[in-house]
Design a protein around this ligand. Sequence first.
Ligand code: PMP
Length: 279
Amino acid sequence: DLVYLNGEWLAPENAKVSVFDRGFLFADGIYEVIPVYQGRPFLAEHHLARLHNSLTAIGIVDQGEHFWRALINELIARNKLSDALLYFQVTRGAEAKRSHLPEGQPSPTIFANHSPLSVHWNTPEPAKVVLCDDIRWLRCDIKSISLLGNIMLKQFAQQHNAIEPILQRNGYITEGASSNYFAVKDGVIYTAPANHLILPGITRMWVLRLAQQLGLTVREEPFPSADLAQLDELFLTSSSREVQPIAQIDDIIIADGRCGPITKQLVEAFHQSKRAHLA
Ligand code: PMP
């Protein structure tokens, strides 16, 4: 099991960074997660575009697509990965002393490793979410390693036997703490617009495309949390969860609590697109 740190391949226990790393001191960095199915990265170009956008947003120079492609391939090859989640983290780097404003241009700290991924081929069991106020900052489009809000919200969800907190800001659903949502009402699919209030999920983007290909009606517009109780279907998307049906929000059971037809259609379309990717 080898991890990458600043040009070296190391056993995980030998990968060490300075206590003056701005990632450690300020969470001054960004990350990206890319799923790998049977040794092949899935939708990598979209993940790398998002990585680029996050780096650019916080003023870290992107190493470039060529660098990341090579790193992805080497991470897969060195660890003989089949199904996995690849993790990439870039912080602004280490400095001589702690100061909020970076002094000069430290060289970024680049870290990569992997974790197991269980690929879904069946429709997952519908699960429970809890509705929470979105206590995070206003640049959720940046995939920041500063995840304190997300962690607190996820702890709350866990305490309430829910798989995820679903977040509302000013009366509208934004996303989950590590997922995007799709709500179905009267045959129309709603998902939050990709603005600064959500992370533009790659799975979200992919599911939007699949829905369009299937001729389903999708509206990228804010969905009011007050209307959750009247929903016909709800599901979450993320690289690790793929398409996850939701049966319950707090004490409210959605429709009959079973996976709805549109969700099922998209779960199957997603599986189909994975098969096509592997063919
Ligand atoms: N929103 C947030 C806040 C997330 O952390 C994630 C997953 N990292 C997502 C949405 C889903 O993104 P993706 O589909 O690219 O995994």
